[in-house]
Design a protein around this ligand. Sequence first.
Ligand SMILES: [Zn+2]
Length: 380
Amino acid sequence: MAGRVVRRAFKFRFYPTAVQAEQLARTFGCTRYVYNRALAERTRAWSQEQRRVTYSDTSKMLTGWKREAETEWLAEPSKGPLQESLRQLQGAFDRFWRKQTGYPQCKKKGQSKDSATYFSNCFTYRGGQVRLAKQAEPLDIRWSRPLPEGAVPSQVTVSRNARGQYHISILVEDTITEPPSTDRVVGLDAGITSLYTLSTGEKITNPRHERADRARLVKAQRALAKKEKGSRNRAKARLKVAKIHGRIADRRRDYLHKLSTRLVRENQVIAIEDLSVRNMVKNRSLSRAISDASWSEFRSMLEYKADWYGRRVVAVDRFCPSSKTCSVCGVIASAMPLDVRVWACRCGVVHDRDVNAARNILAVGLAVAACGDGVRPPRT
Ligand SMILES: [Zn+2]
C-alpha cells in the first residue's frame, strides 16, 4: 500500500549542558530583543508616519542592529532563530490584520515561553543526534519514541517553559500508510459527567490522575495566594503552580492523542458536535468541564489524523437538538434540563442522555457525509 507524505512535529524533552543552557539563554534573549525592537519600529512607523513596515524591512534593520556598537552581541547567536523571530512577528501582524487577534504584544522575560527555531541550514541531524549551529556538543534528547525511519528533519524549535524544562520540537516529513477502509462509524458527544460518550454506548472518562492533580493544584494555588507579594517564597509557590498546571496539560494531551488515534483508526466516519465553546463557557457550572475536556484541541487532533489516515470527521450543527430527540423514533422531547441523565421516550425506549445524543450526532453526521458538502475525492 502506497503511503502519503505529511509533515509532523515530534516533541521531546532534552537536558542542555551548562554551556548549552547559557548559550540558549543568550539566544532566547536575542530573539526576544529582536522581536520587541522590530515591534517597536513597526508601531512607531505606523503611529508617526502611517507607514507599514514589512518583514523584509525588519530583516534589513536586523543587519544594521548587529553593526551597532551597543547591540553587536546580536551577531553572536545563530542568525536563523533571529530571522524566525521576525517571521513570527510578521505572522502576529497578519493575524491582527485579519482581525483574528489583538495588536501584537511585546515578549516579556519570564512571562512568555522562550523559544528559538532553527532551519535545516542551522542544525544537523546525524546518527540520531541533533546539533545546533554554534554548539560543539549534540543535544541530550530523551527520545520517548523514535523518529520515523528515514525521516529528514526540516526544522527544529527549542524552548524553555516556565518550569525551566527544555523541549525540542522536530518537524519531519513522514510517510503515512493508510489503514484499510472500514464500515465502522461513530458519533461522539462531548459530555459533562463523562469526557466523551460514543454512539456505541462507551463512555470515556477523564484521564486517570486528573482528580488528584486537580486537588494538588487547588492546594498550591491557595498556598500561592497567601504568600507575600514580591517575596522569594511567592516565586517558589508560583513555580509549583506552573508545574502542576503543566503536568495536567501534558497528561491530558497524551491521553487525547491516544484516544484520537484509536477513534480515527477504528472508524471511517467520526461525527462530532460543532460546539461553540465560547457560548458554553458563559454557563459557569459547565466552564470547567468544557475547558477540562479540551474540546477544540481534541477536535483538531481528530481532524488532522483523519486527514492522515483517509478518514472523515463531520461536524454537526450545534443547534440540532441532539439531547432532546429520541434516536429511535425521532420524537423531540419538550425540555431537557442538564441534570436529567436518563429519560424515557413516549415510544417506550429509555435513553442515557449522552449515548442518545451521540447516536443523533452520528445520524446527522452520516446524512451530511452522504449528501452534504461533497464527497471526499478518492486518494491516488
Ligand atoms: Zn422514541
